[in-house]
Design a protein. Structure first.
Lengths: 587, 307, 302
């Protein structure tokens, strides 16, 4: 629906462009659009919008006049200044095993150089997510932007308002290879819609999967077996399991030292990490972190009456001692210690938990069999599970940079090399010895469904007895599973088996949810509205505080209504109006 | 007459010239790195859009940021918390080290004294990032050693960092814990500087241990105490960002959120530079007031010039 | 006093005194223990196996003793590079701080009738302790001086440590004016008086401000993250910050879990934390000798 709309807009545009290209003369040199762009940038600074549109047309025209080759090489070379975030993982899982390569000199940068003649220069790079965002804030304010960088939605909108970045719509449309478009829109076009403002595409999403982010229900199968319990199908059955896990000594050590439900309350209980409660809320049809549609209008999930029902149940669980009384101060890694120490048997969280928390449990106690299930519902029908828009960063291009299309070409190269027919996933994306090699690329437009697809590939290969023919990421995952099955694996291989193994596993659950269309993605995918930018984080803190206090019984459940009231009063109402304005315009 | 005045002024200038030269590097550095950035305070009066730059065409909105700020429910809470946390920190960071220093001074074995001294000074070297990690560990209600100890005494576990009843005092006492060793050493040094004959005379007069502490040791430390007190009063609105930022969680914002964490949250994370700067300006103004008062009091009451 | 005390004790070592001494000793031992515990905790974690740490089993004694984490850190170039940056920063920063502090504090320590403008200057410096324009303007200033990404960005902005200046000028004030007057009689200039008389007399106070400066430079992390252009330029605490904070990173982003996997190892974190405290603990004994006197010399004036 929405997907089709944007695609059709894009197609329309290309048609117009094609006709324009037909009428216009040919300007073969790269220099022409540059000159155009420069002269029109001067206009945009004074009066933004109309001029901006002119620029777009001009730029697009020129772009179209060139031979729009998605993989066209800059024969004279093109230097692009980037800013980027790096992380620990990039060092540990890639650079540490790639002698002679570094952040600034590696296989990916060589590839861009060879394929399209682009040489990447990093103005700066920072380790860590909050650190990166802060440095981007500071950089934006100080005015000297690199040519290309990743920004958050609100940073992107600020830059767009100030007329500092390119409108990428024509550029993307013209230069993105068909396969690039296909991959980036695998889960719909929400991330593109989010980047649109007044018909301008402000940035290209660093696409990544929304389905990967859903909460799963994790239960220790061995504890279920110990107590002779069945896999729960409804929330009441689950609550029964949680209570039994708390009181009936599921580990059989004769000491009452277990909690049923692992919850991490810092900074809030809705982080989708270990100890998340999003999946618990999902059971009641409450989606407290996202915007949901009710009677044709968008409403904030966190203030819906469904939340109240979930909170009542949680408060009861807390009173019965099924939740660690200190959950409020524990961040996921602290809360995860309980699971690792074998003191907790049920929790919610994303598909990767076995690799971070549960594998420690397994290495201390090889009976521990954490198992992923789909979140249960009240009725027993499969629950609808909430997911955020998978994209958190967009690539924006500095208006002063003359070749915005170069970034699109880089995305083409990235996607083609990783998942395309001519590419080699096992070399560019995740070779076994350096699984995070893809992170060395400054442009990281992921294939959103790659994990599920790897799971499907593995399942299919196993069915056909063709695991030897697996390639790339699927192969390196299969290698780990294989090591586990042959008994050579460590606790990490056990973790991978929990994620990609046969049903029940993380991806068997996610695969089912995708094919049965039960993933409810945030209905609001626009850029943060004005009031949202100003007040949403304060309102979310209020939500977190109210929820935590209610669960702990410090406030009665009536406190929820008080919270809803002050939520609306302190900006929530305004935000809801703005969100619906957006929704109406996006319909 | 006039000529004489001129000459005197010239002579003075000549005599003072080296002083001006000495101060020049410091003045230049301070001007560049402290005064130039102060121009940024204008942000407090603008609807600041970062992308337009500091000297870009920002919209002037007068005191709107301040009004907005004090309508935010969190701002006044933060102010109240700041004052109460800082107040207790100031008092205790004076009292505790003085007491410990006096007690330490009573120890006869100098080896023991030095060992204790070195040990209590250790936490001072750790950055808050590190120290907080340790605190989260040992204060944990279920597994932390503090609560295990309380349980052994038959008491219930206390939720130090997650309970509004305890959070402030936890913040205050852990700060004292980290810093008191430093203060102790300062005061201990002051005690060693006290004229020994005073003690001997007092002993002759038959004064006991505690009378000597009260009448000789404490007055002997008077000046350093005043100095430390005055210096710490300037921190009345610095309740300790590094510490609180690493220990706070949403359910204790009510008692734990302070001005600096508040500024950081709305400024660096939500990128609301206008209100954040407004809060900073407000804080500076209040600090100025307190520091001036304390400077004045120190001068009037103790005839002590801080600088 | 220490010499005198045995005698007094002999005279009146009453029961009350004995009780006092026992209580006092026990109290001080407890106090000392409380202060060492955190470090022992860190050390114990760094020497334990990751699984037992993740399960929260380690407090004061290593479980499943292993030095794997130290082996891992030993071959990590980032850690040692950051350590190098920090050492360089300390060396430069402390030198600059102490120099600036002395030449600034000396004139300010003169009384108003000796140096009329001193009060104006003093306020000039003192105001900076109270007012600041916020992060963005500060960043822009440093950027426009082209200091970003250089070690100078870390040492120059804090070149004049006002707090230390205040202490130092108080030390200087404690030095008898007669010394200066005598030197002036001999024809010595102010520079000579400062470097030949005041500085040698204030070794102890210099040690104090040295210590402040070292602790400041060693423990700051924020400026490193904002002002450096590469993680390879990070001083140690900035580097540690990225490691310690990222572990509590609660990522919604599905990509970030991979980072979580690789930083969730607390043993490695703690071994790095422990290693990072060592250098500064090594400096302390050398400075302690002077430090004990330093803090007060000036303030206990006449």
């Amino acid at each position: 629906m929405k997907k089709k709309r944007v695609l059709s807009i894009l197609m329309m545009q290309s048609l117009i462009l094609a006709s324009l290209a037909g009428c216009g003369g040919k300007a073969a040199e790269d220099g022409a659009p540059a000159a155009e762009a420069e002269s029109s940038t001067a206009d945009t600074e004074t009066d933004s919008e109309p001029a901006a549109e002119e620029t777009d047309d001009a730029g697009a025209q020129d772009a179209a006049q060139e031979s729009a080759d998605p993989f066209g090489k800059y024969e004279d070379g093109l230097e692009i200044h980037f800013a980027r975030q790096v992380d620990e993982n990039m060092y540990d899982n890639a650079l540490a095993n790639l002698p002679g390569q570094s952040v600034e000199e590696n296989i990916w940068l060589d590839t861009y150089q060879e394929e399209i003649g682009v040489s990447v220069v990093y103005d700066w790079y920072v380790k860590g997510n909050p650190e990166y965002e802060q440095k981007v804030n500071v950089t934006i304010a100080s005015g000297e932007l690199p040519d290309v960088m990743d920004v958050t939605a609100s940073q992107m909108m600020q830059l767009a308002d100030a007329g500092l970045i390119w409108d990428m719509s024509e550029v993307f449309d013209t230069y993105a290879a068909d396969f690039t478009k296909e991959v980036m829109m695998q889960e719909g076009d929400t991330a593109f819609v989010a980047a649109q403002k007044n018909g301008m595409l402000c940035g290209i999403p660093e696409s990544s999967g929304a389905a990967d982010s859903v909460d799963l229900l994790w239960i220790r199968q061995d504890w279920l077996d110990n107590l002779g319990l069945e896999q729960p199908k409804t929330i009441d059955e689950l609550i029964n399991v949680i209570e039994k896990f708390t009181t009936d000594d599921p580990d059989g050590n004769g000491v009452d030292d277990t909690y049923g439900l692992g919850v991490a309350g810092s900074p809030n209980v809705l982080r989708r990490n270990y100890g998340s409660l999003v999946g618990f809320f999902d059971a009641f049809g409450a989606h407290p972190t996202i915007w949901v549609e009710k009677d044709g209008k968008l409403v904030y999930g966190g203030i819906q009456p469904e939340c109240k029902e979930a909170l009542i149940k949680l408060q009861e669980l807390y009173q019965k001692g099924c939740i660690d009384p200190e959950f409020g101060v524990m961040d996921p890694s602290k809360a995860g210690e309980a699971a690792a120490a074998g003191k907790c048997g049920v929790t919610y969280g994303q598909q990767w938990l076995p690799l971070v928390y549960f594998h420690s449990n397994y290495s201390l106690d090889s009976n521990a069999q954490w198992t992923a299930f789909e979140p249960v519902s009240v009725s027993g029908d499969p629950a609808e599970v909430s997911a955020e828009v998978g994209v958190t960063r967009w690539i924006v291009v500095n208006k002063d940079f003359e070749h915005p299309e170069a970034v699109v070409k880089m995305a083409n190269v990235f996607i083609e090399k990783c998942w395309g027919e001519t590419g080699d996933n096992g070399k560019y994306y995740a070779p076994p010895e350096a699984e995070s090699i893809w992170k060395l690329s400054p442009v990281q437009t992921q294939m959103p469904l790659k994990n599920v697809m790897a799971f499907r590939d593995i399942e299919e290969a196993k069915a056909n007895d063709a695991t030897a023919s697996l390639n790339g990421e699927a192969k390196s995952i299969w290698d780990k599973l294989d090591r586990f099955y042959s008994g050579e694996g460590t606790s990490m291989e056990w973790g991978w088996e929990r994620i990609y193994g046969p049903d029940p596993s993380s991806y068997s659950a996610i695969d089912r949810m995708i094919s049965e269309d039960r993933i409810y993605i945030n209905r609001f995918s626009g850029a943060p509205t004005e009031t949202m930018t100003e007040k949403m984080s304060t309102l979310e803190s209020m939500r977190d505080e109210a929820f935590t206090k209610i669960i702990m019984g410090e406030s009665s459940i009536d406190e929820f209504d008080a919270f809803v009231e002050s939520f609306n009063k302190l900006g929530g109402e305004q935000i809801t109006a703005e969100v619906n304005e957006w929704y109406a315009s996006a319909q | 007459m006039k000529k004489e005045k001129m000459q005197r002024r010239q002579a003075r200038l000549k005599k003072e010239l080296p002083f001006h030269i000495m101060l020049l590097p410091g003045v230049i550095m301070t001007f560049i790195f402290s005064y130039v950035p102060m121009a940024g305070m204008v942000i407090a009066f603008q609807k600041f859009i970062p992308a337009k730059g500091l000297f870009g065409e920002q919209k002037w909105i007068g005191f709107e940021n301040f009004i907005y700020l004090f309508n935010m429910p969190g701002a006044l809470t933060a102010l109240r918390n700041t004052i109460s946390i800082a107040f207790w920190k100031i008092i205790l960071s004076l009292v505790v080290p003085i007491v410990v220093a006096i007690l330490l001074n009573e120890v006869r074995s100098s080896k023991f004294r030095r060992t204790v001294q070195t040990a209590i000074y250790l936490p001072y070297f750790m950055s808050w990032v590190i120290f907080s990690g340790v605190l989260l560990d040992i204060l944990s209600p279920s597994s932390g050693i503090v609560n295990r100890f309380l349980n052994m005494l038959g008491m219930n576990s206390i939720f130090f960092l997650g309970d509004n009843r305890y959070f402030q005092s936890t913040i205050i006492w852990t700060d004292i814990w980290k810093g008191f060793g430093f203060g102790t050493i300062v005061y201990l040094a002051a005690i060693t500087g006290i004229d020994q004959s005073l003690y001997e005379a007092a002993t002759m007069d038959g004064a006991g241990r505690f009378r000597k502490m009260w009448h000789i040791t404490l007055p002997g430390m008077r000046m350093i105490i005043v100095l430390m007190a005055v210096l710490s009063l300037g921190n009345i609105l610095n309740a300790g960002f590094d510490q609180i930022w690493n220990l706070i969680s949403p359910q204790v914002y009510e008692t734990g959120d302070v001005i600096d964490t508040f500024i950081y949250r709305i400024g660096m994370i939500d990128a609301q530079f206008g209100p954040a700067t407004a809060m900073g300006v407000f804080k500076s103004a209040v600090s100025c007031f307190f520091i001036s008062v304390s400077y004045y009091l120190a001068y009037k009451l103790f005839d002590y010039r801080v600088f | 006093m220490a010499k005198k005390e045995p005698q007094t004790n002999k005279i009146k070592m009453s029961a009350a005194d004995k009780v006092f001494h026992v209580c006092n000793t026990v109290f001080l031992i407890l106090l000392a223990l409380i202060c060492i515990l955190p470090i022992i905790n860190i050390l114990a974690i760094s020497l334990s196996s990751n699984a037992s740490v993740t399960a929260g089993l380690v407090t004061l004694w290593p479980i499943d003793f292993t030095i794997n984490s130290y082996k891992y850190v030993a071959i990590r170039p980032d850690f040692w590079r950051s350590m190098g940056v920090s050492l360089l920063r300390c060396a430069l920063g402390v030198t600059i701080n102490v120099f600036m502090c002395v030449i600034t504090a000396y004139p300010l320590s003169k009384s108003t009738h000796r140096f009329k403008a001193r009060t104006a200057y003093a306020w000039f410096f003192f105001l900076t302790m109270l007012l600041n324009g916020g992060l963005i303007p500060w960043f822009m200033t440093i950027k426009s001086l082209k200091l970003l990404g250089t070690i100078w960005a870390l040492v120059l902005p804090g070149a004049v440590p006002v707090f230390s200046v205040v202490l130092m000028l108080n030390f200087f004030r404690g030095i008898p004016e007669e010394l200066e007057e005598a030197a002036v009689m001999d024809g010595a200039g102010q520079w000579t008086i400062m470097s030949k008389i005041y500085v040698p007399l204030s070794k102890a106070s210099m040690a104090t401000i040295c210590l402040f400066s070292i602790v400041y430079h060693w423990n700051s992390w924020f400026d490193g993250i904002i002002l450096m252009n590469r993680p390879t330029q990070y001083p140690l605490q900035s580097y540690l910050h990225t490691i310690v904070i990222q572990s509590s990173l609660t990522a919604v982003n599905s990509i970030d879990w991979e980072t979580l996997v690789s930083v969730s190892d607390r043993t490695i974190k703690c071994s790095q934390i422990f290693l990072s405290i060592i250098p500064i603990m090594l400096v302390y004994p050398f400075l302690q000798k002077y430090f004990v006197k330093g803090m007060v010399l000036g303030s206990v004036k006449g």
